[in-house]
Design a protein around this ligand. Structure first.
Ligand SMILES: Cc1cc2nc3c(=O)[nH]c(=O)nc-3n(C[C@H](O)[C@H](O)[C@H](O)COP(=O)(O)O)c2cc1C
Length: 126
C-alpha cells in the first residue's frame, strides 16, 4: 500500500495537525451549577504541576473558568467514549451534562468544581 500524496495546507489550519493532547474532561462550577466539557488541546508544561488548555468564550465553561480561576481535570477511560463525545458536543447553558450523560459529581477537597466518580483520575486545579 502506497503513502498518501503530500498536500499543501494553509498555515492557519496546519496547527490542527499537532493540537491534540490526551482527551480530558474539564469540570467547572460558576457559583451556581456544575458543568463539564471535553478538551483535547492540552499540554503539561514541563516537570511542574502547570497545565495548558486551549478554549474560548464560545464555550459556556469559559466564563466559569475565568470567574472561578479553577477547574478539575478528569481523565476518562475508553469506556467513557460516549460521555466524552456527548460533553464535547453540547452546551452546559441549558443542560445538566452530569445528569444527561450519567456522570457522578463528587465534592473535591480544594476547589468547587466537582470530581467525576467514573473517571480514572481527577486533578483539582485552582
Ligand atoms: C474530542 C473532543 C475534543 C475537544 N477539544 C476541545 C478543546 O481542546 N478546546 C475547546 O475549546 N473545545 C474542545 N471541544 C469542544 C467542547 O467540548 C464543546 O464546545 C463543548 O460543547 C463545550 O461545552 P460548554 O459550552 O458546556 O462549555 C472538544 C470536543 C470533543 C468531542
Amino acid at each position: 500500500m502506497g503513502r498518501a500524496a503530500m498536500k499543501r495546507m494553509q498555515i492557519r489550519k496546519a496547527f490542527t495537525l499537532m493540537e491534540s493532547g490526551p482527551v480530558v474532561f474539564i469540570t467547572t462550577n460558576d457559583g451556581e451549577k456544575n458543568n463539564v466539557m471535553t478538551i483535547s488541546w492540552t499540554m503539561v508544561m514541563g516537570f511542574t504541576p502547570i497545565f495548558a488548555i486551549v478554549t474560548g468564550p464560545w464555550n459556556y465553561s469559559y466564563t466559569a473558568l475565568r470567574k472561578s480561576r479553577e477547574c478539575v481535570i478528569a481523565i476518562p477511560t475508553v469506556d467513557l467514549i460516549d460521555q466524552v463525545v456527548g460533553a464535547g458536543t453540547c452546551s452546559g447553558a441549558g443542560t445538566d451534562k452530569f445528569k444527561k450523560f450519567g456522570l457522578t459529581p463528587v465534592k473535591g477537597k480544594h476547589v468547587r468544581s466537582p470530581l467525576i466518580k467514573e473517571c480514572l483520575a481527577n486533578i483539582e486545579h485552582g
